[in-house]
Design a protein around this ligand. Structure first.
Ligand SMILES: C[S@@+](CC[C@H](N)C(=O)[O-])C[C@H]1O[C@@H](n2cnc3c(N)ncnc32)[C@H](O)[C@@H]1O
Length: 441
């Protein structure tokens, strides 16, 4: 039996904010690592290229390359990019195991939703590609289903694979899982979060469920297994692309944090943290080892950024962060003045340092901004030299059925918008601020 990834259905469109160069550079800076200086970005397993198209339109001065083994994915991606005139986006139909898939090196390499759905040979090929193609100061972001939280879903995979040969395996698999839940099967008693995932799957498009659970391989990975793919190839773990997971105080329950505190060895620490959070997904950053920046250089780097609020941000009120360890109330003494300052408009890091709770405490400001970034409350802003590709792509996306995000050139990224905002942008009745954000004047 081949273990190759299925090519018979198109994976739905997604946008992953963690893949944007601005996001990755911002998280690197927060962790004390200079952002990559170059402008070449690559996605291994880009699907139908929705996310990459958004990033290419938002960053017209950068070069974007998407690689995927499914010709239908690449055909869709190329058609959308061509229609929007994205001359900085190249989509290549290839298996990452093939030699010479692309030329040159990349400053950002991203890989989302692939590692846990392919066999070890493909995982090794992905790691080799990253190790040989990442520029010296580049950063790679690798997303996967992780142990121990993701392990429960092996049982879902087993059910769907058991009916894979039938004419309608998705409906049959969902029926079997629902019947087991209704019957209060031991599995659902032991893993209450599996019940929530089943509810989500019942509402998801069947193509999504097919990619998730009908592939021959579904392999939640432990951190040490992923680290073992990259470390022997000269890449070390830098942190998480999910900012809150770099801040232990708000991502690990306090008893577990006390147990982990004396552990110095990174692999064991990360493994214990995954246990503390019952982590089901990880988004790890890997890079070539570099000496950490000194305090002065780190502060100078943080000061290169400017931030703005995102639509829907609580102007000055209470801020509750819905974290993996439950709701965490934002300290009003910190977040109220920060939100008030940002409500006046975009603010540079050094301007925010002058806001009272942060005077002389840049590390506190750094953490608070990372929390706001993670919570979709604030985002760094970038200068916009050419909004035309963003406007062209957004007009095309607005005409599509499923629109997980639109391009926001001033964020160098995309943004998920609600149905009402999308409708208002479509018929031209959106408020000026939203039209400005999406370059749809
Ligand atoms: C779950 S989809 C994720 C798509 C996209 N990264 C996203 O998150 O929206 C996994 C993608 O990996 C691609 N893929 C699987 N095996 C591959 C291989 N050996 N070489 C290149 N692409 C591969 C599939 O065709 C599919 O588009």
């Amino acid at each position: 039996m081949t273990t190759d990834y299925r090519r018979d259905t198109v994976y739905p469109a997604f946008f992953h904010r963690e893949q944007s160069p601005v996001w990755l550079s911002t998280v690197c800076a927060a962790l004390g690592r200079a952002a990559p200086a170059g402008t070449r970005w690559c996605e291994i397993g880009c699907g139908q290229g929705y996310g990459m198209a958004i990033l290419a339109a938002a960053n017209p001065d950068m070069q974007f390359t998407g690689i995927d083994v499914n010709p239908d994915h690449i055909a869709l991606a190329q058609a959308r990019a061509k229609a929007a005139g994205l001359d900085n986006a190249a989509f290549i139909c290839a298996d990452i195991r093939d030699d010479g898939v692309v030329e040159g090196s990349f400053d950002f390499i991203v890989n989302h939703g692939v590692m846990s759905w392919v066999d070890d040979a493909v995982r090794q090929a992905i790691a080799s590609f990253v190790a040989t193609r990442l520029s010296d100061d580049g950063v790679a972001a690798v997303h996967y289903t992780s142990e121990p939280g993701g392990a429960a879903f092996r049982a879902f995979h087993a059910v769907f694979r058991s009916v894979a040969h039938r004419p309608n395996p998705i409906a049959e698999g969902l029926r079997a899982l629902t019947a087991m839940r209704d019957a209060k099967a031991g599995f659902f008693q032991l893993y209450p979060h599996a019940s929530q995932t089943l509810d989500a799957l019942l509402a998801d498009p069947p193509e999504y469920v097919a990619h998730e659970y009908l592939n021959p391989v579904f392999r939640p990975l432990a951190f040490h297994e992923v680290e073992a793919l990259f470390a022997p190839r000269g890449l070390s773990w830098l942190g998480s692309a999910t900012p809150i997971e770099n801040i232990d105080a708000v991502s690990i329950p306090s008893d577990a944090a006390r147990a982990i505190a004396p552990v110095r060895e990174r692999t064991l620490r990360e493994t214990m943290k995954d246990m503390a959070r019952n982590q089901a997904l990880r988004y790890d950053l890997f890079a070539r080892p570099a000496a950490p920046l000194g305090d002065h250089a780190h502060l100078s780097l943080l000061r290169t950024a400017a931030w703005r609020l995102l639509p829907g941000a609580p102007a000055a009120g209470r801020l509750t962060f819905q974290t993996r360890i439950g709701p965490v109330e934002g300290d009003a003494a910190i977040f109220r003045p920060l939100l008030q300052a940002l409500a006046q408009g975009s603010r540079s890091f050094d301007a925010l340092e002058r806001v009272s709770p942060f005077a002389g405490r840049p590390a506190l400001l750094n953490q608070a901004l990372q929390m706001l970034l993670w919570a979709d409350v604030a985002h760094p802003v970038v200068p916009v030299a050419n909004p035309a590709p963003a406007a062209r792509l957004n007009r095309i996306l607005l005409a599509e059925k499923h629109r997980p995000a639109l391009v926001c050139p001033m964020l160098g990224s995309g943004l998920a918008l609600g149905a009402r905002d999308l409708a208002a942008l479509g018929d031209g009745s959106a408020p000026q601020g939203l039209r400005h954000l999406t370059a749809l004047k």
